[in-house]
Design a protein around this ligand. Structure first.
Ligand code: HEM
Length: 466
């Protein structure tokens, strides 16, 4: 293959480098190396083969882009050239044409329509639900406090963020219907994980037991969500939950709101995109605090000073500076959305490498966040890196837990407020200690979670202080 290809299109620089990567086995390519140690493998690809390097999984070649400038080229500057393509089909079966899976004009129209619903001012109203459900969880936790019975914090956080997204979506009443949606979505998310790992599993057209269960869960989601939409349309009832906001959005050009099908797809997308990511971030935050007692003490000092024992609310968020630094640093070390893929429509040049039309590119926040070029001593937990008063000269895309460019996470304000309120509410009352003997290892699936959960012991803070 020739290493020097002259760029032909405006905006493209000349490609001068050849994309290389680790040797793979016949047929499966690098699949076994990746499965053995996924994060170690993608880090090695970046450090040994350069800013753009390739590996092959079965018949798909991935071009891993590990430089912030490359990420910026793909996700922002030349984003029109990079589509989500077939790789998002598994998710499309569930989320249809929601914001996460749609492309082109439909995506743009929906993004413009939905953006105002995620504005800081509108989201602030959800602070009470976030803190309230956390306090409910703590009431359950109380019996476990100061015992030797561990809690699986990963599971607890997932259940908590699911309860919060259900309530912010459908309003105050968490009845059997909305509970059924939560359960069905939890099952469908596990199913998506399974299908990503076993892409050759028979498609939904085949009546296997798993497929029948998946289809039944999808029917539950459709019946309940479409039922709630229809009932709200019929009654003309207007509510200030997320669904209410989505229903009131009108396209300025056409004067039209969303169809029932589009609303259903957006509701499901928000459920899927909007709870496990935050749950995983919180899980890692508790783990990191248990390993970094200085940071934990500083967090406690801030909570005691800002909140003085009362439960936090949305208005406290700007004052919880160190809490935010902990969340930012957690999202750097363990970005829940650890990788995102795109497909090039036309040829492009990224960091001096030629990306041919049709090529798959993989941008990994995990890899970029662990690069010593932008993050000295990259594996060390150091919230100070995010001190707002300390200037830094990192490129914008050196830190990208919420992605970047026009597809950047629409829920980032929601997620940060939720993560901060939940962390503050729990840490105000408890220290979470890693259960003796627990081995914690990140497992990259659709999100980056600790393999097998996170067993922790609860210690009351009054107990530990007194
Ligand atoms: C810590 C929590 C979260 C993380 C780390 C996260 C991360 C991301 C990332 C990296 C993307 C871009 C993916 C890509 O470009 O391929 C994204 C998109 C998205 N996220 Fe989040 N997210 C979080 C929470 C949320 C929440 C709470 C919501 C909704 C309430 C949400 C809704 C969405 C949606 C709808 C998109 C698609 C946006 C578009 O393509 O226009 N996310 N998220």
């Amino acid at each position: 293959m020739t290493a020097t290809i002259q760029a032909t299109r405006p905006g493209m620089t000349a490609a001068t480098r050849e994309i290389t990567g680790p040797a793979g086995a016949p047929l499966v390519g690098n699949t076994l190396q990746l499965q053995r140690d996924p994060l170690g493998f993608i880090m090695r690809v970046a450090t040994e083969y350069g800013d753009v390097a390739r590996y092959r999984l079965g018949n798909v070649t991935f071009n891993q882009v590990s430089h912030p400038d490359g990420a910026q080229r793909i996700l922002q500057e030349n984003h029109h050239n990079y589509i989500k393509g077939d790789m998002f089909d598994i998710l499309r079966q569930l989320a249809g044409d929601g914001l996460f899976t749609s492309e082109g004009d439909l995506w743009l129209r929906q993004r413009r329509l939905m953006q105002p619903a995620f504005h800081r001012r509108r989201i602030a109203g959800f602070g009470e639900v976030m803190t309230g459900r956390t306090l409910d969880m703590l009431a359950r936790w109380d019996q476990r406090a100061d015992t030797s019975q561990p809690l699986n914090v990963a599971e607890e956080m997932t259940a908590l963020t699911m309860a919060i997204i259900s309530e912010t979506m459908f309003g105050a009443h968490l009845d059997t219907d909305t509970h059924a949606v939560s359960e069905a979505i939890t099952l469908l998310l596990a199913d998506i994980n399974f299908r990503f790992q076993l892409p050759f599993y028979p498609s939904l057209r085949w009546p296997t037991l798993r497929n029948r269960r998946t289809l039944a869960a999808m029917r539950t989601v459709d019946d309940v969500v479409l039922g709630i939409i229809e009932q709200r349309r019929r009654s003309g009832e207007q509510r200030d939950d997320l669904l209410g906001m989505l229903m009131e959005m009108v396209d300025e050009e056409t004067g039209q709101g969303m169809s029932d099908k589009q609303l259903r797809d957006e509701v499901v997308t928000i459920f899927v995109a909007g709870h496990e990511t935050t749950a995983v971030a919180l899980t890692w935050a508790f783990y990191l605090l248990s390993q970094n007692l200085g940071a934990e003490a500083e967090l406690h000092a801030e909570l005691d000073q800002v909140l003085a024992g009362r439960a936090p609310g949305a208005a406290d968020v700007p004052n919880l500076r160190y809490t935010r630094m902990i969340i930012d640093e957690t999202l750097r070390l363990y970005p829940p959305a650890w990788i995102t893929n795109r497909e090039a429509v036309a040829e492009d040049v990224v960091c001096g490498y030629r990306i041919p039309a049709g090529a798959v590119v993989a941008v990994s926040p995990y890899v970029i966040h662990h690069s010593a070029a932008w993050w000295p001593d990259p594996d060390r937990f150091d919230p100070q890196r995010f001190d707002p008063d300390t200037p830094h000269d990192r490129p914008r895309f050196a830190y990208m837990p919420f992605g970047g460019g026009p597809h950047q996470c629409i829920g980032n304000t929601f997620a940060l407020m939720e993560a901060m309120l939940l962390l503050a509410t729990v840490a105000q009352r408890y220290r979470l200690l890693l259960a003796p003997g627990a081995v914690v290892k990140p497992q990259p699936q659709t999100t980056l979670r600790p393999a097998g959960g996170l067993p922790m012991l609860l210690q009351s803070r009054t107990e530990s202080q007194g």
